[in-house]
Design a binder for this molecule. Structure first.
Ligand code: ADP
Ligand code: MG
Ligand code: ZN
Length: 623
């Protein structure tokens, strides 16, 4: 399958190209020919000419508009020299010539003068047209020129050319695949459905977080369907000239109808389909609205009859789409393309590692277990990072080690060997991280502690503790959330226990812990005092940005109660962390010394050490 530009009538373009060529030639000829082939007559200043006339050295002169050509007196039989000069506006010249006895005449118009003057009127505008044409072509990136600004820029995927993407290239989104396989069925055998009287859906909207394979799925549909596939991005509609967006939509649908059955794919639909009620903050909104209206009209436009055109669209902000787009008869089917689960991730890793050489110790399942929340694009990136690392380490095949290092790079940032901590800082960081690890080992809300490191990474982390999940979790209960908060506070608590003071290093931990506690109270209704009410109004979005920190209007008392509950949760967790660390003070010392020695503690060694941590109830009893 290849991307092909749509065929355009080539005639206009050819004509204009010929014109361009001709006019350039004409221009060149005008500039160079007279100099190349014309007589080489010396040109002198006008003042010299007048002087020579006054001295009566001039025999005859031919006075033209742009040039005076004259001949000097010769010596003996020799004819005099011929010279030219450029005239200036001088009404007294004829009188002077007459006085000095110069034989003079005006230059007769050249024989083909009329052709010249016609050309000189016609050619320049043509040159402009041709140049304009040329630039419009380049700008359009295709064969559409100035006269076809409104033409859609949709690309048509033609079957059977170059590498074809099929459903086999997409993994981990089985439900979405099933839905789309059905869409392909509609296109291949519409009769099967229409015979029973079923209406074939017009629009299918793929929604999901970025990088989960929406665009990829659409391409797979194109590869499988065996029908023309028009693909355009929403942002391409809203471009360049006012009113063109809607013209593009009209044009796109017109072409699609001619080629039915076919698929139109609009990527990033939210660029045109934003809700009309909420948008409208900045200019250009009118234009987008027109484009949207045109899209709505067109989607209603194709009659139920024989034209099978299915509109496929993708977006990662379905919540911002206009309600009119989502009603039945338009994008009446929404297909969720979500982040893959454990087996899905393994399958995606499999697909992407087919093109890299894998060593014998590779365990993709283990990688998949470590990476909940990764999208398909993240996983593809992970495989590539691992391959790059293997190449850098001069290995012939990718080893598991490379995958693990790549994973840490992706989640924690690059190792910064150059950032040197002084001894005191190193010690603080070590206690801090061991604090996280020990509290985390007791409160297993976030999974198993797999690694502690005090090698700085990324922008901010001076050290880090890696907890890897043992399975995908979709629900967490209250005690697990409290455990996570305690783990987050473990670092700071260790600093308190050991040094009696705290550093600036824990700010990020505190922020996360407080956020989590606030969500427990305002979103999950986990507070006994406030009850099962959602005080939080921010919409969930795939992009994770929500709609700001919208909170339901609450009374001053409630606001105060919320603050108090959040504080209570965080402080309880803090106390638990302190208890655990105090009760295990010796172990804290042992692990920290080990960490300071080796900089990294992981695997079996870490496992053994952490197994000795006293659990919370015993710890609380012992302090
Ligand atoms: P989006 O959902 O943002 O449109 P894309 O379809 O552009 O995501 O995905 C980007 C890349 O990530 C794809 O080209 C592919 O290499 C990889 N990818 C994403 N999801 C999957 C998946 N489910 N299976 C296989 N590869 C995937
Ligand atoms: Mg996309
Ligand atoms: Zn920390």
């Amino acid at each position: 399958m290849a991307i092909k530009d749509q065929p355009q009538p080539p005639r206009f373009r050819q004509i204009s190209n010929v014109l361009l060529l001709l006019s350039s030639l004409f221009l060149l000829a005008n500039i160079f020919l007279p100099n190349l082939f014309g007589e080489q007559i010396p040109r002198v200043p006008y003042s010299l000419f007048v002087h020579q006339v006054q001295e009566q050295d001039v025999v005859r002169a031919s006075v033209g508009q742009n040039e005076i050509r004259y001949q000097l007196k010769g010596e003996g039989d020799q004819p005099g020299q011929v010279l030219t000069t450029t005239p200036i506006f001088d009404l007294d010249l004829p009188k002077l010539l007459q006085e000095k006895g110069v034989e003079f005449a005006a230059t007769p118009p050249s024989k083909n003068g009329w052709i010249g003057s016609v050309l000189s009127w016609v050619i320049p505008p043509l040159i402009f047209v041709a140049i304009f044409q040329f630039f419009m072509n380049r700008q359009g990136g295709g064969p559409q020129g100035a006269l076809s600004i409104g033409k859609s820029k949709a690309k048509v995927y033609v079957e059977g050319e170059s590498a074809k993407i099929t459903f086999a290239d997409v993994a981990g989104v089985e439900e979405a695949k099933t839905e789309l396989v059905e869409v392909v069925e509609f296109l291949k055998t519409p009769d099967k459905y229409t015979a029973i009287g079923a209406r074939i859906p017009k629009g299918v909207l793929l929604v999901g977080p970025p990088g989960t394979g929406k665009t990829l799925l659409a391409k797979a549909v194109a590869g499988e369907a065996g029908v023309p596939f028009f693909s355009i991005s929403g942002s391409e509609f809203v471009e360049l000239f006012v009113g063109v967006g809607s013209a593009r939509v009209r044009d796109l649908f017109e072409q699609a109808k001619k080629q039915a059955p076919c698929i139109i794919f609009i990527d990033e639909l939210d660029a045109i389909g934003k809700s009309r009620s909420t948008g409208g903050m900045y200019g250009g909104n009118d234009e987008r609205e027109q484009t949207l209206n045109q899209l709505l009209t067109e989607m209603d436009g194709f009659a139920a009859g024989n034209t099978t055109v299915i509109v496929l669209a993708a977006t990662n902000r379905p919540e911002s789409l206009d309600a009119a787009l989502l009603r039945p008869g338009r994008f009446d089917r929404q297909v969720l393309v979500d982040r893959p689960d454990l087996s899905g991730r393994e399958a995606i890793l499999n697909i992407h590692s087919q093109t890299v050489k894998l060593g014998p110790d590779i365990d993709l399942k283990a990688i998949a277990t470590r990476t909940p929340g990764f999208s398909g694009a993240d996983l593809a990136n992970l495989v590539n990072e691992a391959a790059l690392l293997a190449a850098r380490n001069k290995r012939l095949a990718v080893a598991q080690e490379d995958f693990l290092e790549a994973f840490e790079r992706v989640v924690a940032g690059l190792e910064k060997k150059s950032r040197v901590l002084n001894e005191k800082e190193k010690k603080i960081v070590a206690y801090h991280e061991v604090g996280h690890a020990m509290v985390g080992a007791v409160m297993t809300g976030g999974g198993e502690v797999a690694k502690i490191s005090i090698i700085p990474r990324g922008m901010a982390a001076l050290g880090y503790t890696l907890q890897v999940p043992t399975e995908d979790r979709f629900l967490l209960d209250e005690s697990e959330l409290r455990g996570q908060i305690a783990t987050l506070l473990g670092g700071r608590s260790a600093e308190e226990v050991v040094f009696g003071s705290i550093t600036t290093g824990a700010s990020n931990d505190l922020q996360k812990a407080t956020d989590l506690a606030e969500r427990m109270v305002t979103t999950y209704g986990m507070s006994k005092v406030l009850g099962p009410l959602a005080y939080d109004r921010s919409q969930q979005s795939f992009l994770g940005d929500g709609m700001g920190n919208a909170r339901r209007a609450v009374s001053a008392q409630t606001a105060e109660a919320i603050d108090q509950e959040v504080k209570e949760i965080v402080e309880t967790a803090h106390q638990q962390a302190l208890d655990i660390l105090k009760a295990n003070r010796e172990l804290l010392e042992t692990i920290t010394q080990q960490l300071l020695e080796t900089e990294v503690v992981e695997g079996e060694a870490l496992h053994k050490l952490l197994a000795e941590v006293l659990p919370l109830d015993k710890a609380a009893a012992s302090v």
